[in-house]
Design a protein. Sequence first.
Length: 145
Amino acid sequence: MPDIAAALKEEVSRLARKAIREEVAATKKAVAQYRREIASLKRHVQDQTRKIAFLEAQESRRLARKPSPAVAEGARFSAKWLKAHRKRLGLSAANYAKLVGVSELTIYNWKLGKSKPSAEGRAAWVAIRDLGKREALRRLEMVRI
């Protein structure tokens, strides 16, 4: 006579293994899909990182070029306007000087009206006078790089 307890135990084990296999198969599929998605995202991040590095290098080269004095033709300089612009941007004299590409003392003298910018200085100043706060801070970051 067959042992009923052993048969029941064997059947329960078989059904449990089957249920586990079904659950594990679904999990394996999900893990494979997640790995593919992660690999795709890593490739995307790498591509974006390369593009950002290229654009930063391009922008820093563009910022390194000095503007031509012809840009400043007809532009009027005002010490009062310089003070207001620096205040509006929320920059220190040192940072504003870095942005313009002159020394901190030069900005100080321009602000007080003790001196006026040379043709090159005026061209550099004209190039940044239409900047907003965000753009100015972004350019300062590029100058520091």
